[in-house]
Design a protein around this ligand. Structure first.
Ligand SMILES: [Zn+2]
Length: 458
């Protein structure tokens, strides 16, 4: 199968910072085989995607999300709470998570990501109500149906309220059960090969919802299975205070003691990271999923993402779940990262190209991949095209890359994953979208009524 993406402004995101105007990309069987401005002598394609008037970038890589939370977006009873308060409201709602809701919530969130130009996403599903199995399997089915490259992480919680943790006992699991399911998922699904569409990582939720022993055993299992590690760390000041009180150390030191500061790990947030800790992350090769909207919406703080990048830490972008970011819009995070960096460090702190780099090659680094994240011959044919022809970019005539980021272009015109066009002209290439959204909306209402009985006026 040959796909020709023709006549776009290419921002390749490679080490040479290649940019080509009026250029084309040829994808053969999911791999980029040609890039250039002269495509007349190239092998004839089976399909042509016209990228005229678009900036073509490597497909965006989402490094942190909770897809199941699409079922509790803008959830009124939890709004205005800090992270811990928000979680306490929602745990009893999430107790309803089962295979159908895991599938539908993933389908809707993944479709939204594809429309934003995201071609690879991780997910962190850490709520596994007692007696429910197959939740990760269900979201893997949704990802396979849609065709997105997927890195689900087997999340877990083992420290409930009875033992000093935050979540209720109904959503925590036994450690042996957690680790057995981690191993099952890796053995069944994990594909470490070049061009992989599916990789599993292990992901205990956070210092306040799992035991230290589960963190340590997860790190050992990840080493044994040769898969990556993911967790929330240093997200809020409350978490830093909790770690000081319970463990006598800051979150980064705790992670280090438990075997987590390594090149196998990418951390979500790391907002409360000081200069010494940044140096430790850089030395260890530990990557960070920077989630600007989430951090702002929940008031978590200003992540020193710029300092991290300057110190050599790999930083990717994540849209995070509806704890704070109620949209699965990774493209929006590129602009948010730019704005937040300028707010923190001044107007020259970050360029649109820097922000795009975080969303592409930075994200690939978080996931431990070298075959995605840039447009280069031999890499996976994952890309997104953003239009320069709409109202929002009218008047932006000098720099197409700065224009698509600064002018708040809303969505991708086209999204290509593994050489397949999954979004064309801003529309998802699936006949099931309306059905899935209708079912998802009905399910979300049933979930909400579990907590707040139906208001007949709604
Ligand atoms: Zn999160």
């Amino acid at each position: 199968m040959r796909l020709l993406i023709r006549s776009g402004h290419l921002w390749c995101g490679d080490a040479s910072a290649t940019e080509l105007a009026g250029a084309s990309v040829l994808a053969e069987d999911g791999v980029i085989t040609r890039i250039g401005t002269e495509d007349k002598d190239w092998p004839s394609p089976d399909e042509v995607l016209d990228a005229t008037g678009c900036v073509v970038v490597p497909g965006l890589v989402n490094t942190h999300h909770h897809l199941y939370q699409t079922l509790t977006r803008a959830f009124s009873p939890a709004l205005g709470c800090d992270l811990f308060g928000w979680l306490r409201v929602l745990y009893p709602v999430w107790e309803q998570l089962d295979e159908e809701s895991a599938y539908l919530s993933a389908w809707v969130g993944l479709a939204e990501l594809l429309l934003s130009g995201c071609t690879t996403t991780s997910d962190h599903l850490y709520v596994h109500p007692q007696g429910r199995t197959g939740l990760i399997d269900a979201e893997i089915s949704a990802a396979a149906e849609l065709g997105i490259r997927f890195h689900p992480t087997r999340g877990s919680m083992s420290l409930g309220t009875d033992h000093g943790g935050l979540p209720p006992m109904t959503v925590v699991q036994d450690e042996d059960e957690i680790l057995a399911d981690c191993q099952r998922l890796v053995e069944r699904y994990h594909d470490p090969a070049e061009g992989s569409m599916l990789q599993i990582a292990l992901a205990p939720c956070s210092p306040f919802s799992v035991t230290a022993q589960l963190m340590r055993r997860s790190a050992e299992l990840a080493e044994h299975l040769d898969v990556r590690l993911h967790t929330h760390l240093a997200e809020t000041a409350n978490e830093t205070a909790y770690c000081a009180e319970v463990f006598g150390v800051r979150p980064h030191e705790l992670a280090s003691q438990l075997g987590w500061l390594s090149a196998r790990t990418w951390l979500a947030h790391a907002v409360w990271t000081d200069a010494g800790e940044i140096a430790r992350l850089a030395a260890a090769g530990t990557a960070v999923a920077h989630c600007p909207t989430s951090n702002m919406m929940i008031g978590a703080g200003l992540c020193p993402a710029g300092d991290m990048r300057r110190a050599g830490v790999i930083v990717g972008l994540g849209c995070d779940g509806s704890a704070a970011h109620d949209a699965s819009d990774l493209w929006g995070e590129v602009r948010q990262a730019l704005l937040l960096a300028h707010l923190r460090d001044g107007p020259s702190a970050l360029t649109a190209r820097d922000a795009l780099g975080m969303a592409t090659v930075g994200g690939a680094g978080c996931l431990g991949r070298t075959d995605i994240g840039s447009l280069e011959i031999g890499k996976c044919a994952d890309l997104a095209c953003y239009p320069l022809t709409g109202l929002s970019t009218a008047g932006a005539v000098l720099d197409p890359v700065e224009a698509i980021v600064r002018c708040a272009v809303r969505e991708a015109s086209h999204t290509v994953v593994n050489g397949r066009v999954l979004v064309r002209d801003g529309r998802l290439n699936s006949p099931d979208l309306d059905d899935r959204v209708r079912r998802h909306r009905a399910l979300a209402r049933r979930w909400a009524e579990h907590l707040t009985p139906a208001d007949p006026s709604l």
